[in-house]
Design a protein around this ligand. Sequence first.
Ligand SMILES: Cc1cc2nc3c(=O)[nH]c(=O)nc-3n(C[C@H](O)[C@H](O)[C@H](O)COP(=O)(O)O)c2cc1C
Length: 411
Amino acid sequence: MARRILLIIGGGIAAYKSLDLIRRLRERGHGVRVVLTRAAQEFITPLAAGALSNDRVFTDLFDLDDEREIGHIRLSRETDLIVVAPATADLLAKLATGQAGDLATAVLLASDKPVLVAPAMNPRMWQHPATRRNLRQLAADGVHFIGPNSGEMAERGEAGPGRMSEPTEIAEAVDRLLAGGTARALAEGPLSGRHVLVTSGPTHEPIDPVRYIANRSSGKQGHAIATAAAALGARVTLVSGPVALPDPEGVTTIAVTTAAQMLEAVRAALPADVAVFAAAVADWRVAMAPDQKLKKAQGTAPAPLVLTENPDILKTIAVPGPKRPALVIGFAAETENVVAHAQKKRKDKGADWIVANDVSPATGTFGGDRNTVHLVTAEEAENWPTQSKDEVARRIVLRAAHFLAANQTDV
Ligand SMILES: Cc1cc2nc3c(=O)[nH]c(=O)nc-3n(C[C@H](O)[C@H](O)[C@H](O)COP(=O)(O)O)c2cc1C
């Protein structure tokens, strides 16, 4: 059914695509009325938008003729749906905070009609905490989103999430909304549609039914990575050894005890786009742990602990093959020559990146809330400043999102 669409075009490079959007909407039989922000007019002209919409184009809140004939209140009322495309970071911020300083924002604030926004901006603007905050607010206010897509930006050498959805995708979302459906209630994050697998915590290797070999890993870093990946929109599977932490929200957590169980759970969770092996997996287990508790007998020597090697989860999963995640990240906990050991480990294990950290007791890394890490890739070793484990996690998953976008990988 033909409906009336009010298209607000913001001041971004993608404004040229909105001229095509006008055509796509009209092809579907909809009437399109266009509002251009002042910045949008730097990119496209009212003349072009008017010729394609076959209607006059609105640009100014204080145009006396318009206010007499058709003011911002009427513009917002005489429509079935408002589409903002491209929705600039600036427009999203203004809408999230209820500003009404120009015609576009005044129309949006004066309207009770459904609003569909198609964000378009530089990936760093899209990932900025302020934009994330605004998106959450808009989602809570019932605003619908389409995109953005990931890929090459107009700026040379820039890639990542932030490309405006294609005009046909937006037109389809318009029809879905007009038919009473939803576009997407929540803004997509840069990892939406991706599966991120994370291991965390220590493993416990039984000596007998009541004793075990363990290590000092708290699971804080691994759990923070799972949380950060979920916050960027990923579907996250967390395979965790025994820890004293709550299961992160919005994450599928699988509790395991031993290294063998962890490998089995990791295998079952594949395929994944990204695998982050942050767990401190025991290198060895007791060769033949008895079923009964070992007894201390007077005058006899303690039972010797015969150890055997555990499976190497990182190395096993990093082997090239159809199920290998596009990005395999290992952790290296070292107490000396941190970067050199990590570089060797990266090669030996076949990992793409190693996050190396100094866990010597003086650093307080094990169990603490802060971490000093080095990101070792094939190209270089980056020294990151000491920061909270949450911040380390956020940086790792953002880098993973950039990597996937740059390599355009799909499971
Ligand atoms: C060449 C150029 C390209 C721009 N592209 C974008 C963009 O894609 N997304 C965005 O949010 N802002 C972009 N900006 C910045 C906006 O134009 C600026 O924030 C403006 O105030 C937005 O106004 P509006 O939201 O009222 O349209 C760009 C600026 C320039 C100069």
